[in-house]
Design a protein around this ligand. Structure first.
Ligand code: ADP
Ligand code: MG
Length: 743
């Protein structure tokens, strides 16, 4: 590495161009995804070993973690015959005394450490039979360091492995932290000055170190505080960029036009008063926030969050009704046909409570059917062509359907509002596509039953305004939740039978069985991974169905629901005899014609069957907490007491601890927060969905830093809206935006 400075290192320099790094080292570095100077310098220590105390040998005490500086008096090899390993023993002396250092199975040390050399030894002071000794100390030759002309390190007192906080890196086979330190230190010194891209005011306000100082301190910190400050700076960077991205997306939307859909307060009160129930406080509050947004001449971008059954659809329905009364159409989009149908019937139920002349025309568009609800008891099937005409002419005010159908097949006369289930982003381009060439964009309301932790709301979904429904409609009883160990399975089945005999119904959710967990002669060979997963999910449902219908509950009506069944069998097209569609099964279940419904975990999230009071979850330990919470939310919607049984075959204590969190959690948000901590954000929402780099994902755990990064981003944009005075920052930002592919 002699010519480090001469070659003019930049961050982009590939490591193979640096003289002196052996090829086998490069291979190992590649395993850590380290290819360039930048990769290496951004390979941060996971922790530090504190060897900063340098103590005279005479003052050493057992248990201390220290560095001693001394002369090697002698060094020799000893064999332990009984245990068949070699021991290297050295005696080290300084003015105050002498101590033994011991290493196991490192005979090559005899070539490195020679009597008479001066060196540092860092390690733990252990207590032997009648003396203290250093066990396996790290060492660093001082004379060698001073004479070395193969690095730029001069005779100053800079050390790497001893007499300081020593970085411990993520390692790989054949590449220890020691090896990484050897590379990092000289390269760090010669990488040149890295331009600072964070605004000075931001650094100052946040109390963060400048980039070069931060890089030095993160690898070779002066003390713990400076190491922490350095790490904080790097976590901050991505959070800051993420916040800037969100804020700029918000600003971009704010520049767009939307039709102001003004609502008269008296009219809103009238509608609420006509409902068959009293809205909860947070339903009212959310509705108010939505009405405010829709009244503005720029597009609403709002997320309505609330547990399953908390009454989001009702709130959205009122918003759509108000839009209709402002002569604008709404698109109500669901991810599946079953959900679209359910939304359609919820809307019908709500609007039927209004006086006839006030009922808006609502349409349902699914793959094989189109329907129009004109008013109470007045509903007809129409052809798809007719349906589209009605949308185009603006007579049908609210169009309910699946995303794909509405986005591809329907042209609206005057679309003012888009309501979507569980899809949190609806950018400018998507809105433009729906209104084809119009000057205004529709307002957007996303509904989500996934409890998104606060940290994610402020970061990943930071461009959305948020309304939260925190309470369930009154009169709902808490769901009794039990973890069922294998020994108690039979008892649980008996209880379930009794409940069903009383007229209740039950869901059974089967876990996804990974193809790799089973034998190779099973289905799915030659298929892609996701195809296999789908097949296996079906297999697991079929097996559970067989077991329950034949062995456990032969006297009850058991059916199954899975992804291989047709979604819907319209009467225009005959389906095969004996094969039911998902829609038929759901209809039968809702009508009480099925006692037990065995389903995959992908069973439609919003399904609403109030008489169903039992949720059995097989292999509960295989699911995330937030997911389990959502399954459970499908019961407890009626007047009867509901139950949730979490079956687990795992006797692992941690699995049970995890499941207990469900029982103890007060709400989904709390659980989501826990889930996020336990599984990390990647597992929680999926790294793909966020597109966030690792560092940012880790930063998502730090709530305080998230808050301050948002404030810092707001300030930075206040001062310099288009980042004209911060070209470096602007560059970083567009790089970042490219990486996360956000609109
Ligand atoms: P979500 O969409 O959040 O899952 P829904 O809007 O579908 O919830 O409501 C679930 C059920 O509760 C529906 O049958 C709905 O009519 C009913 N509901 C909604 N709000 C209330 C309320 N405030 N009081 C009583 N029942 C309500
Ligand atoms: Mg719902």
């Amino acid at each position: 590495m002699r010519r480090l400075t001469e070659m003019g290192l930049t961050l982009q320099t590939p490591l193979y161009q640096i003289k002196g790094i052996p090829p086998r080292f490069l291979k190992r570095l590649e395993r850590l995804k380290i290819f360039t100077v930048k990769d290496l310098l951004w390979h941060f220590p996971s922790r530090y070993e504190d060897f900063s105390e340098v103590i005279p040998i005479g003052n050493l005490e057992p248990g201390q973690q220290v560095t001693v500086e001394g002369i090697i008096r002698d060094i020799k090899l000893r064999r332990s015959f009984r245990r068949r390993f070699v021991i290297v023993e050295a005696r080290i002396a300084d003015d105050s005394g002498e101590i033994k250092a011991v290493w196991f199975n490192q005979p090559y040390l005899l070539n490195t450490l020679r009597p008479g050399q001066r060196a540092n030894f860092a390690g733990k002071v252990s207590l032997g039979e009648n003396e203290i000794y250093l066990s396996h100390p790290a060492y660093e030759l001082i004379s060698a360091r001073m004479n070395a002309d193969d690095t730029q390190i001069s005779a100053d007192t800079e050390t790497r492995h001893t007499a300081r906080l020593v970085p411990v890196y993520p390692e790989t086979r054949g590449l220890t932290s020691k090896g990484i330190r050897f590379l990092v230190q000289p390269i760090l010194k010669n990488a040149g000055v890295i331009p600072e891209w964070l605004p000075e005011e931001t650094l100052e306000a946040m109390g963060l170190p400048e980039i070069n100082a931060a890089l030095n301190e993160v690898h070779f910190p002066t003390n713990e505080e400076s190491a922490l400050a350095a790490k904080k700076r790097f976590s901050f960077e991505d959070l800051f960029l993420l916040q800037l991205t969100n804020l700029r997306h918000k600003m971009k939307l704010a520049k767009e036009k939307a039709p102001p859909l003004k609502a008269d307060i008296g009219r809103v009160k009238e509608i609420i008063g006509a409902l068959p129930f009293e809205l909860t406080v947070s339903q009212k509050k959310s509705l108010w926030e939505i009405i405010q947004d829709m009244g503005k001449a720029r597009p609403m971008n709002r997320l309505l969050q609330g547990d399953v059954g908390s009454g989001k659809t009702v709130v959205a329905a009122i918003a759509a009704l108000l839009a209709a009364e402002s002569v604008h159409q709404s698109a109500f989009m669901a991810p599946t046909e079953i959900l679209a149908r359910q939304h359609f019937s919820t809307l019908k139920k709500i609007f039927a409570a209004l006086p006839m002349e006030k009922q808006p025309e609502v349409g349902l568009l699914v793959s094989k059917e189109a329907k129009i609800f004109y008013e109470n008891d007045l509903e007809t099937e129409v052809s798809k062509a007719e349906f589209k005409k009605k949308a185009e002419s603006g007579t049908v005010k609210i169009v309910v359907g699946t995303h794909a159908l509405i986005q591809n097949d329907v042209a609206f006369k005057n679309l003012g509002l888009v309501i979507v289930d569980e899809q949190h982003r609806f950018g400018v381009a998507q809105r433009q596509a729906l209104v084809r060439g119009k000057k205004t964009l529709p307002h957007f309301l996303s509904m989500s039953a996934t409890p998104i932790p606060r940290t994610l709301m402020l970061t990943v979904f930071g461009d959305l305004d948020i309304s939260i429904i925190t309470e369930l409609p009154s009169g709902r009883k808490p769901i009794i939740t039990k973890i069922v160990a294998p020994a108690n399975r039979y008892k649980a089945y008996q209880f379930i039978r009794e409940q069903i005999k009383k007229g209740r119904q039950a869901f059974v959710i089967c876990p996804r069985i990974e193809p790799s967990e089973t034998k190779s002669e099973e289905p799915g060979n030659g298929k892609s991974y996701s195809q296999k997963i789908a097949l296996w999910e079906v297999k697991s449902v079929k097996e559970e169905y067989e077991k329950l219908s034949k062995n456990v509950f032969p006297d009850l009506r058991v059916e199954m629901l899975h992804g291989q069944m047709p979604a819907f069998s319209g009467h225009k097209k005959k389906t095969l005899p004996g094969i039911k569609s998902k829609a038929e099964i759901m209809k039968d279940f809702a009508a009480g014609k099925i006692d037990i419904l065995v389903s995959t975990s992908v069973i439609e999230v919003g399904v609403d069957v109030p008489n169903s009071t039992i949720m059995m979850i097989e292999g509960a330990d295989r699911f995330g907490l937030a997911q389990l919470y959502q399954f459970r939310g499908r019961v407890g919607r009626g007047y009867h007491q509901s139950f949730c049984f979490l079956f687990t075959d795992s006797s692992a204590k941690t699995a049970n601890e995890r499941l207990k969190a469900i029982i103890e959690a007060k709400n989904g948000f709390e659980l989501a927060e826990k889930d996020l901590k336990m599984r990390g954000p990647g597992e929680f929402i999926g790294q793909k969905q966020t597109g966030l780099p690792d560092v940012a994902m880790r930063g998502l755990q730090d709530f305080e830093l998230i808050k301050s990064s948002r404030e810092a981003a707001v300030k930075a944009l206040e001062k310099d809206k288009n980042l004209k005075n911060n070209p470096l920052l602007a560059g970083k930002l567009s790089e970042f935006e490219e990486r996360i592919h956000q609109e």
